[in-house]
Design a protein around this ligand. Structure first.
Ligand code: ZN
Length: 246
């Protein structure tokens, strides 16, 4: 069965900004979906902020293997109930791939427990992304480094917990560096944060960026063969074996 992927996009810049619309006539989520289709047999659907339940009902999340998140200008409008549902589903095993300005999304901050603050500049920087874990599954088929001719700069320090695996590091023309490919485990779920993807640059048409996102979706898929722990007292109030008499 192909992996069931939701691409969640706040879908605001495309409606307001002609530059973004020209770069992404099918919206950011359309370009991200096209990139996935180049690399695998994914069952892709789209969800956006303005749909009921932000497009992420309990039932829909229950039938999703990996959620991709692109948000920027409307993080505060994401309902807290939505954040609760997504967090629970990640802890239960759904993969989450957070792109670019999603670093400040409610869900990423919730799962990290930090501000996820960083330095930034929207200018004429080139970004050079180095692979620092060449044997990681997300790096399958990638070159040792790749360049994005124009991108927004994100600079360290990035206020995040130390990642479980650091996969990529970015360098920018202005001299800054940034941890740009990060893996986390939360509960039964896996999270990948990937830095590039500012809306006024054609980043989601970049062939290597597309490959990274496809690899990340495959890596973050649920591993359904592990036990699902039963927490609390209810079940465990009855011992597995008889206890000695007091
Ligand atoms: Zn940006």
């Amino acid at each position: 069965m192909s992996l069931r992927v939701i691409i969640w996009n706040e879908h605001r810049h495309e409606l307001k900004n002609e530059t973004v619309r020209a770069l992404y006539p099918q919206a950011l989520h359309g370009a991200i979906a096209d990139g996935l289709r180049e690399h695998g047999d994914f069952d892709i659907t789209i969800a956006t902020l303005d749909e009921p339940c932000n497009g992420l009902s309990e039932e829909r999340l229950a039938n999703t293997d990996v959620l991709i998140w692109w948000g920027h200008t409307a993080h505060k409008e994401v309902l807290d109930d939505t954040v609760d549902r997504v967090q629970q589903r990640v802890l239960d095993g759904m993969g989450l791939v957070v792109l670019h300005s999603g670093h400040h999304s409610k869900i990423f901050r919730r799962l990290m427990g930090t501000t996820a603050n960083l330095k930034w500049r929207e200018s004429t920087d080139k970004e050079r992304i180095w692979i620092v874990s060449p044997n990681h599954p997300i790096c399958e088929g990638l070159p040792e480094y790749f360049e994005i001719e124009r991108e927004e700069m994100y600079g360290e320090h990035f206020d995040i917990p130390d990642p479980d695996e650091l996969v990529m590091v970015s360098w920018f023309t202005g001299g800054e560096i940034f941890r740009s490919g990060l893996c986390y485990h939360r509960g039964r779920g896996r999270i990948f944060y990937f830095r590039p993807g500012h809306e006024t640059y054609p980043t989601y048409h970049h062939p290597v960026v597309r490959k990274v996102i496809a690899n990340a979706v495959s890596w973050a898929r649920p591993l359904c063969n592990g036990p699902r722990p039963v927490y609390g007292l209810g079940f465990w109030n009855k011992p597995l074996e008889p206890l000695p008499a007091e």
